[in-house]
Design a protein around this ligand. Structure first.
Ligand code: SER
Length: 305
């Protein structure tokens, strides 16, 4: 579900390549790219509509659900109730289907947004103070509690990752605080300049999409016994701020310049960690990242061009 979004598009492609296209049923509330719609089965589906979701699950004999439908941090601040309803009701729908044994396995993404300003900012531990201050963060932290509850109480096989900011060129992100790190590449090639809505030194944990997709499929394929955390795993690859990503772009586009005009998203970013300790994911199910900032910048610029 949420197959047409930034993560969903690439996850669907990877799952189709891996397991055969007819075995992967993509769905979203709206249509996506031609490639996504024509590459395998596709259903228009509202993740908040329990009956409709159940109908698709039964019709296609679905075993594993990846729930990628969500409203991200910046948009959620504008529509708090809508964000809460979407982010929570869609999760309850799949958790309840798993509790009732209609599906076997659930992937649900959490986020670095579960942390707040009272959380240690660097090398944020797996288990620490969590006082999220955004609607999105509150929904993700609550979701984590419910995932763990459904696992303990109903033996639901739910697996989750706290994604950092994700960077990719296939499908644009929408409504997130980390989205600047995608937009900056487009603007660098088009205008050779970028006005950042986050300040120069706002360091955040980030990851290239291929790593995120590998982690997602990796945790879903891991043996059940390896998944020891049923709330959500910390996951990390790199950390950088706008000044540092601009410097990496300048290696390829020497004339590139960046200026700063922070808006309401600055406060969201300031409440999140700068770097994440993901040793639990590395130890429990063998997570490893591959792509660095320098490699990512090259990939992004080459492909957008
Ligand atoms: N990338 C997301 C956002 O900025 C965080 O999970 O909202």
């Amino acid at each position: 579900m949420g197959a047409c979004g930034q993560i969903g598009t690439e996850l669907t492609t990877q799952l189709r390549n891996k397991y055969a296209a007819h075995k992967v049923i993509a769905s979203d509330i709206k249509e996506g790219s031609q490639e996504l719609m024509q590459g395998g089965p596709f259903e228009i589906l509202d993740a908040m509509d329990y009956e409709a979701v159940q109908d698709v699950v039964i019709r296609y004999e679905i075993t594993d659900v990846y729930l990628m439908a969500a409203m991200l941090s910046a948009t959620a601040e504008k529509f708090p109730m809508k964000a809460w309803n979407l982010n929570m009701n869609s999760l309850f729908n799949v958790l309840n289907l798993a509790r009732d044994k209609k599906i076997e396995k659930v992937f649900w993404p959490s986020s670095i947004a579960v942390f707040g300003s009272t959380t240690p900012k660097t090398d944020t531990p797996q288990r620490t103070v969590m006082e999220p201050s955004t609607v999105y963060g509150i929904s993700k932290q609550t979701g984590e509690r419910w995932c763990e509850y459904y696992h303990k109480r109903y033996d639901v096989d739910v697996r989750s990752i706290r994604y950092p900011g994700l960077i990719s060129y296939t499908t644009l992100p929408g409504g997130g605080t980390t989205d600047y790190a995608v937009d900056i590449y487009y603007k660098a090639l088009k205008h050779k300049k970028y006005i950042s809505f986050l300040g120069a030194e706002t360091t955040l944990p980030m990851m290239y999409m291929d790593d995120a997709i590998n982690a997602t499929i990796g945790i879903m394929e891991a043996d059940k016994s390896e998944i020891k955390i049923r709330s959500s795993y910390n996951l990390a690859a790199m950390s950088f701020n706008p000044e540092e990503i601009a410097a990496s772009i300048r290696e390829h586009v020497p004339a590139f310049s960046i200026s700063y005009k922070p808006d309401f998203r600055q406060a969201i970013a300031d409440s999140w960690p700068q770097s994440i300790d993901d040793s639990a994911a590395r130890e429990d199910w063998g997570w490893e990242h591959k792509i660095s900032l320098e490699e990512m910048t090259k990939i992004m610029l080459d492909n957008i061009e």
